[in-house]
Design a protein around this ligand. Structure first.
Ligand code: CMX
Length: 437
């Protein structure tokens, strides 16, 4: 057993005891009430799921195992000469709850590198799709094609004790995390470049190697990739991709099925696809104005026009957050340092100055502030990744970290099939009296 797996197992033993005790002492305590409006309104704020790796505060943003993004930019191990955190370190933290040493991170890297190869039939399966198939479809198909080799499904079929479920789930998760950049980079190459696979460079870390396999060698882009893959990794359990993966995993579907369902959820424009929507929206504006950086007045007019046409401003608003997303801030800091004069960054910055006031004036959105997706596209564009249909795939590679870590813990703690109760409108009318009277 690897040192990481042994450490994880020791944590699992402790956590199992802790949860058992908690359930014994407080199992019948209420976490909150559910209102009729919440049942119709997308279940906002209902506390009904346990997700160990991270927690989201409406005002402060995400905390990964208690650490904020600025904390982690400071404290997670970095590549030699680099300044951004290594996502392998975040994985270690999310999995074990402990900050990794440089050595711990190297071990994760080594394991993922050793698991990076994908069978030829997976490449053939992806090649069966037209190259103009949306990259997220190709990505989901690639993940599902790997399912054939699931350790969990194989061991379940042979017969496995429930307390051992976490072990093959860990193996599947490590295999997936090793292989996802290989699949994702190939999709980029076949959809937008010459289709020739660039093989891994074993001397590189996970994020830098992903950039390398995409064909991007600029050291600054590799730094961006490290930051990008760290900050998108997890956003507690209730967001659509995490929740979809959690639900599907609860049926004892293996990691491949559950991650693919999470990726399907991420592909919606209200969720992960918003990063490409932002770029499309800004370009529509630029086309309209004949290119360049618009004036603030022109931007204001365009924002209002979008709203008046009944559309959302992509990259703004959030179901939980009520302040600027710290993932936005981290990317803004990166841009201020590396590309302060970039045209698109100027536009993104101007939008930050004007959109919140307009959304407040319109009075609908509960959160007028930017989320992670408002910023990511302009950084990618700057380094030549102009194929915005691809952006959500990178989000997906990163999101797999949190979703898979949580799936290991769900198995370890023996979480059951997820099965909330639905009701009909008639049931509500018959059983709930107006104003609670
Ligand atoms: N522009 C215009 N209107 C917005 C808005 C925005 N950015 N954000 C919210 N609203 C509107 C909603 O559409 C809703 O209108 P209706 O009452 O007409 O249906 C109203 O304001 C209230 O919505 P809310 O409670 O503030 O927001 P929700 O929790 O329902 O939805 C989200 C959250 C993210 C889907 C929404 O803010 C949105 O559509 N934003 C734009 C898309 C986006 O950036 N998504 C990415 C989110 C981050 C991620 O998951 O990757």
């Amino acid at each position: 057993m690897s040192a990481l797996k042994e450490k994880l197992y020791s944590k699992i033993v402790l956590k199992r005891k802790e949860v058992k005790q908690l359930l014994k002492e407080s199992g019948d305590q209420k976490l909150g009430e559910v209102t009729v409006a919440q049942a119709y309104g997308g279940m906002r704020g209902i506390k009904c799921m346990v997700w160990e790796p991270s927690a989201l505060d409406p005002n402060e943003g995400i905390r990964f195992r208690g650490y904020t993004i600025p904390d982690l930019r400071d404290r997670l191990p970095k590549a030699k000469g680099g300044e951004e955190p290594l996502p392998e370190g975040l994985f270690y933290l999310l999995l074990t709850g402990e900050l990794p040493t440089d050595e711990d991170v190297k071990e994760v890297d080594k394991e993922w590198m050793a698991r990076r190869e994908i069978p030829n039939y997976v490449i053939d399966t992806i090649n069966g799709l037209p190259t103009d198939t949306h990259p997220m479809t190709q990505f989901s198909v690639g993940i599902l094609a790997l399912q054939k080799n699931s350790e969990f499904s194989t061991r379940y079929r042979k017969g496995m004790k429930k307390k051992d479920y976490w072990d093959p789930q860990y193996e599947d998760s490590m295999n997936l995390l090793g292989k996802l950049p290989t699949i994702a980079a190939y999709i980029y190459r076949r959809s937008f470049k010459d289709g020739i696979r660039i093989h891994a460079d074993e001397s590189l870390d996970w994020a830098a190697n992903y950039a390398h396999m995409m064909g991007v060698e600029a050291p600054e882009y590799k730094e961006l990739m490290r930051l990008y893959l760290t900050i998108h990794a997890d956003h507690e359990g209730g967001n659509a991709s995490a929740h979809a993966a959690h639900l599907v995993g609860s049926t004892l579907s293996d990691a491949y099925y559950s991650l693919a369902s999470g990726m399907a959820a991420l592909s919606g424009p209200l969720h992960g696809l918003a990063n490409q929507e932002v770029l499309i929206w800004i370009q529509r504006l630029q086309e309209k104005l004949g290119g360049g950086v618009p004036t603030k007045e022109q931007l204001k007019e365009f924002v209002w026009e979008t709203l008046n046409n009944g559309r959302v401003i992509p990259g703004y608003g959030h179901a939980v957050l009520r302040k600027t997303d710290p993932r936005y801030t981290a990317q803004r800091e990166f841009a201020l340092k590396h590309l302060p004069n970039d045209d698109l960054f100027q536009i993104v910055s101007m939008l930050y100055e004007i959109v919140p006031d307009i959304l407040k004036e319109q009075g609908k959105a509960k959160n007028p502030w930017p989320n992670v997706d408002a910023h990511s596209g302009c950084l990618q564009w700057h380094y030549g990744i102009t194929e915005y249909d691809y952006y959500t795939v990178m989000f997906g590679v990163s999101r797999a970290i949190g979703v898979l870590v949580s799936s290991i813990w769900s198995r370890a703690l023996g979480f059951p099939l997820e099965r909330p109760k639905s009701v009909t409108t008639n049931w509500i009318k018959e059983n709930i009296s107006a104003n609670g009277s």
